[in-house]
Design a protein around this ligand. Structure first.
Ligand code: NDP
Length: 486
């Protein structure tokens, strides 16, 4: 291994790397080879306490700075991330196994976008002035929530660390971020860069650990807000634990999103959308359109073109810039997905493409397509979180919309059609937080991102995120003598 993957220490607290080897060891495995490339330790109760104290200690001073000053630091961090995009992308590839072709354009860069965007907004955050009869008025102060906890999934470790940190810090909060134990390396770099950019010690802290560390943070009395990116079952637990302390929450959870392809769609565009929405990041994307409803008239053409295009996937060494499809993040995730593939076959779906593990030490799986899938099959109902596309047939618009919405999830949904009125009508009918017309999985920082139904609470990115990281204090000002009945 020619690249330095071992961090200086496991945690980043109060502006510096901190180690405590009493915590359980966590080996970081490079998914392309199965090699251990780093080892960190889970946070002990002493580390958790130290992180909460550091974040609390830094918060008032951070909030007291002008928004412009805070924003300048975030924007400087964004610049440093862009300058170091290559090394950060290589690290992200070691952490996740995602191809460098992707990580170099979609991970550190997306984190930098968030820091730049919220850095720009920080100086513009205000309350409002409301005039009342008799010259009285109300003004509102937009205030920080305090100490925020961010808990991340393993598919986008740098992006999630920044998507949560940037709006939190812009609003004057401090943050403790716990990455998934599968991908602990990238968030440490974000913390290091923020300090280099001028963030005071304690503003952004990182602690490692399994779910128990996340749970300890969520239930800590001195934590004011929790933002989780993870699965629905974890979301339910974290939401309930946060409710006990009446804490603010943002929940970015899983999905089983529909993509509808009408028979007037441009076949190649629809196939591109289906590839992006099922195989990017080896299918490990929360908003993926994994239920692809294809109208009967276009089905054969769609499946034929899809198989042709999948032949062009370059599967191999994720560090090779030509590679466009990498391994699964872990052996565990690979086995979960293989289990779903077996279930699809058992339940009678047609395996149209792929379906097999690729021999070798890495956790590689072929891109997989099932056709003739029906709504009741397990692969059409449960989130797989891997490169498995389910193609379902449909005949009419009303029928397909009802079937698309027949799920507990509501993260995303897409439609491919040339008929503009149908496109907007279908999107209006979707029960989903993030929708696409003739596109799939775009997530610009300027646009709100989040789920409906079981897929989440709150929104990340855009001005909408500000509402989830600040609260309003209302101040009533009387201009005439106050009167009372007695
Ligand atoms: P998990 O739900 O297993 O874990 C998410 C995070 O929560 C991890 O850091 C995990 O730690 C932690 N955690 C687990 N249990 C608890 C607990 N009781 N209290 C506090 N924290 C806890 O998700 P995965 O990491 O497996 O990620 C995949 C899931 O994330 C998928 O469902 C996917 O759809 C969703 N996701 C959603 C996104 C969105 O924006 N909507 C984006 C990306 C992914 P540990 O890993 O150590 O167990």
């Amino acid at each position: 291994m020619t690249y330095e993957t071992q961090p200086k220490a496991s945690h980043f607290i109060g502006g510096e790397y901190v180690e405590d080897t009493n915590g359980a060891p966590i080996d970081v495995i490079y998914p392309a080879t199965g090699e251990v490339v780093a080892r960190v330790h889970s946070a002990t109760p002493a580390i958790i306490e130290r992180a909460v104290k550091a974040a609390r200690g830094a918060q008032a001073e951070w909030e007291a700075m002008s928004g412009t000053e805070r924003g300048r630091i975030l924007r400087r961090a964004s610049d440093i991330i862009r300058e170091r995009n290559h090394e950060l992308s290589v690290l992200e590839t070691y952490d996740t196994g995602k191809p460098y072709q992707e990580t170099s354009v979609a991970d550190a860069t997306s984190g930098a976008d968030a820091l730049e965007y919220f850095g720009g907004l920080a100086g513009a955050l205000t309350g409002e002035h409301i005039q009342l009869p008799g010259g009285d008025f109300v003004y509102t102060r937009r205030e920080a929530l305090g100490v925020c906890v961010g808990i991340g999934a393993w598919n986008y470790p740098t992006q999630i660390a920044c998507w949560k940190g940037a709006p939190a810090m812009a609003c004057g909060n401090t943050m403790i971020f716990k990455p998934s134990e599968t991908t602990p390396l990238c968030a440490l770099k974000v913390a290091e860069i923020l300090v280099e950019a001028g963030a005071p010690a304690g503003v952004y802290n990182v602690v490692q650990g399994y779910g128990d560390v996340g749970a300890a943070l969520v239930t800590h009395d001195d934590v004011d807000k929790v933002s989780l990116t993870g699965s629905v079952p974890t979301g339910r637990k974290v939401y309930a634990a946060a409710a006990e302390g009446m804490k603010h929450v943002t929940m970015e959870l899983g999905g089983k999103s529909p993509m509808i392809v009408f028979d007037d769609a441009d076949v190649d565009a629809a196939v591109s959308g289906a590839i992006l929405g099922n195989f990017y990041s080896t299918g490990q994307v929360c908003s993926n359109g994994t239920r692809v409803f294809v109208q009967k008239g276009i089905k054969e053409a769609f499946l034929a073109r899809l198989s042709e295009r999948l032949e062009n996937a370059v599967i191999g060494d994720p560090m090779d810039p030509e590679t466009s499809f990498g391994p699964m993040v872990s052996e565990n995730q690979l086995n979960i997905v293989m289990g779903y593939i077996a279930k699809g076959q058992e339940e009678g779906a047609t395996l149209s493409y792929g379906g097999a593990r690729i021999e070798g030490d890495g956790y590689y799986l072929q891109p997989t397509v099932f056709s003739d899938v029906t709504d009741d099959m397990t692969i059409a109902r449960e989130e797989i979180f891997g490169p498995v596309m389910a193609v379902l047939d449909f005949e009419g618009e009303a029928e397909v919309l009802a079937r698309a919405n027949d799920t507990e999830f509501g993260l995303a949904a897409g439609v491919f059609t040339q008929d503009i009125t149908r496109a907007h009508r279908v999107v209006a009918g979707f029960e989903a937080g993030t929708c696409f017309i003739n596109s799939y999985n775009d997530a610009p920082v300027e646009a709100p991102f989040g789920g409906s139904k079981a897929s989440g609470v709150g929104r990340e990115n855009s001005k909408a995120a500000i509402e989830h990281y600040s609260e309003l204090k209302t101040v009533y000002v009387r201009m005439s003598p106050i009167e009372a009945p007695f």
